[in-house]
Design a protein around this ligand. Structure first.
Ligand code: TRP
Length: 347
């Protein structure tokens, strides 16, 4: 029996990542994920990565991908991910992700993978010739990301819940086929309602480029003037009970503005509501627009500092990759041996 079993010689590990799909993350990514990642660094051994391999499933332009990968990392840093305390890296720099991904693909049923709703939605849009096998294998790569670090906790949005369930199923399957201790079964950490923000144009859907053609999105890296416009143009509620209060069912638009206000200022939602109740929505929007601009400006300055020195940024990422690999390599070796792969000697 291998001596390489998980050892609790560290704080519980937490891991998460985002794809470098656009030149900028948006306020929903910040409030729903990044801000939580930063807070979780205090109590966990955190690993945060840029999921560049995942974004290959949609065939990005190579130069754009390179640029977006750096920009995504710079935004993690600008938000407060601390590369001293956390391991910050780029997924493709740790080859073990793809290797463990293959092992997991060989443990996943075709039917099981076919039931992933995100795959069904995206492949339906792209047609079977336009859908890559990579898109089909995406959830098993995500499971590999998680299992490769013996992660205890995985903060993800609601849209990733099914992928996390698959990861847990695969982990349990590995432990029952190859013996307890093959991998750690992770727990999800689904973000709370107050941490979720909705699209400004369509407050019943999450903030996203695909909702309302991006008109309801506040991009972290865009000119704050555009954010001000997006907020002033936000859809408010056409209910009879005119007023500012936090009630996501009856007043989704106003409640969303209050959530954003609270997130960028640190003030309590109910205090903000009390201050604006009885005044026109325009006052709330104008002050929120100022608060968002006041948040974006220093955020962008910090991101620009990292981006102005790509060599230094790459060095930070190289250091992170090395620390990530130091965790990933023995885990992959442990799992590979359990699968019966002949240990490679002489390396
Ligand atoms: N699939 C996730 C998303 O699109 C990104 C991701 C990839 C991820 N691997 C992960 C998130 C591992 C958490 C853990 O949002």
């Amino acid at each position: 029996m291998s001596s390489l079993v998980p050892t609790p010689d560290h704080a519980p590990r937490i891991l998460s990542g985002m794809q470098p799909t656009d030149g900028s993350l948006h306020l929903g990514n910040y409030i729903g994920a990044l801000r939580q990642w930063v807070a979780l660094q205090d109590d966990f051994d955190a690993l945060y990565f840029v999921a560049d391999l995942h974004s290959l499933t949609v065939n990005p332009d190579p130069a754009a991908l390179r640029e977006r990968t750096r920009r995504t990392a710079a935004q993690y840093l600008a938000a407060g991910v601390d590369p001293q305390r956390s391991v910050l890296f780029v997924q493709s720099h740790v080859a073990e992700h793809a290797q463990l991904g293959w092992l997991l693909q060989c443990q996943t049923g075709f039917g099981e993978a076919s039931r992933m709703t995100q795959f069904k939605d995206k492949s339906a849009k792209q047609g079977s010739e336009g859908t890559t096998v990579g898109l089909f294998a995406y959830p098993m790569l995500m499971a590999a990301d998680i299992l490769l670090y013996d992660s205890a906790l995985v903060p993800v949005g609601e849209d990733q819940r099914q992928h996390l369930e698959l990861t847990r199923n695969l982990a349990q399957r590995l432990n029952s086929r190859f013996g307890e201790g093959t991998v750690v079964v992770p727990e999800g950490h689904i973000v709370k309602a107050g941490a979720k923000i909705q699209d400004l144009q369509n407050p019943s859907s999450k903030m996203s480029k695909s909702t309302s053609g991006g008109k309801g999105v506040v991009w972290l890296m865009e000119d704050p003037k555009r954010a001000v416009k997006a907020i002033k143009g936000a859809v408010t509620d056409a209910d009879e009970t005119y007023g500012v209060r936090y009630d996501p069912e009856a007043k989704p638009g106003i409640s969303n503005l209050l959530t954003i206000f609270s997130a960028v200022t640190g003030r309590e939602v109910h205090d903000i509501a009390a201050e604006y109740d009885g005044r026109g929505y325009g006052y709330l929007k104008a002050d929120l627009a100022d608060a968002v601009a006041a948040f974006l400006t220093p955020f962008q300055e910090r991101a620009a500092t990292y981006l102005s020195d790509p060599a230094q940024l790459d060095a930070v990422l190289a250091d992170g990759a090395e620390r990530a690999r130091a965790i990933a390599a023995p885990v992959l070796q442990r799992v590979s041996e359990r699968f019966g792969l002949l240990p490679a000697t002489g390396r």
